[in-house]
Design a protein around this ligand. Structure first.
Ligand code: KIV
Length: 272
């Protein structure tokens, strides 16, 4: 199969829809800054998510709840400045869309206006439907997020696999239909049984991106710092580590410290 996206100058939500129709998998990663976003875009990633996981991996919080709208806009604008080809999606942070739909719209407008990103993502189904309708009516594309929704961690108390009971699975499928019928362009399914994710992917016509949702979805997303092995403390079963950058960077820094202290750095060629 010829990858549809090979000669595409800019990935749009319509391209993602076409990829689903043609069976080409969508590759998505998070990024939060200019330098990493440039590398990801240069490598040909389809979608970059400026995730509110920035709260954990960039700011060191224990959950995604504390990150603010201003902080998300700062990360998103850094990413958007680097990216030419990938679709850039920004997470709406906790507290900026659940309260009322007017506030949701003004948060989404700020993200789009001030960051230069292409779309927003938000968590939840039926309970945030009014906010979704209002944001979409302003022409702002939305990706939904169901299953394990980290902004609701205090409701659930744990990060265990979601939708394992029939009742939860039925609710998740209903929410996926609500998001799709409302006009969202895609849905992230996080940490749910692979069989359920496969069923949703078949039933729902918009692209379904999985994280811990098995392989029978339309694409995959991982947190960049987890897949590169920069973070160490987080190792769920679904995470494939492509590097151990924590150790590699630590090794380079140790060598630098030794070089400075032993007067090996700078040498004669490294001075003026
Ligand atoms: O914030 C994030 O990084 C996310 C992904 C885990 C999908 O929402």
């Amino acid at each position: 199969m010829t990858p549809l996206t090979r000669n595409i100058q800019k990935v749009t939500t319509h391209v993602l829809q076409e990829m689903k129709l043609q069976g080409e998998k969508i590759a998505m990663l998070t990024a939060y800054d200019y330098s990493f976003a440039k590398i990801l875009d240069g490598a040909g990633i389809d979608v970059i998510l400026v995730g509110d996981s920035a709260s954990n991996v960039m700011a060191g919080h224990t959950s995604t709840l504390p990150i603010t709208l201003n902080e998300m806009i700062y990360h998103a604008s850094s990413v958007a400045r680097a990216v030419k080809r990938a679709l850039v999606i920004v997470d709406m942070p906790f507290g900026t869309y659940q309260g009322n739909s007017k506030e949701a719209l003004s948060s989404a407008i700020r993200i789009m206006k001030e960051s230069g990103a292409d779309a927003v993502k938000l968590e939840g189904g039926k309970e945030v439907q009014e906010s979704i309708d209002r944001i979409l009516s302003a022409g702002i594309p939305i990706m939904g997020h169901l299953g394990l929704t980290p902004q609701s961690i205090h409701k659930f108390g744990t990060y265990v696999v979601r939708a394992t009971t029939d009742a939860e699975a039925t609710r998740l499928i209903a929410d996926a239909h609500i998001l799709s019928d409302a006009g969202c362009f895609g849905i992230v399914l996080e940490k749910i049984p692979a069989k359920l994710a496969a069923q949703v992917t078949k039933e729902i016509k918009i692209p379904i991106i999985g994280i811990g949702a098995g392989r029978e979805v339309d694409g995959q997303v991982l947190v960049l710092h987890d897949m590169l092995g920069i973070t160490q403390e987080f190792s769920p079963r679904f995470l494939r580590r492509y590097h151990n950058l924590y150790e590699e960077i630590k090794g380079s820094v140790s060598t630098y410290i030794n070089d400075v202290k032993s007067l090996d750095f700078p040498n004669e060629r490294e001075q003026y």
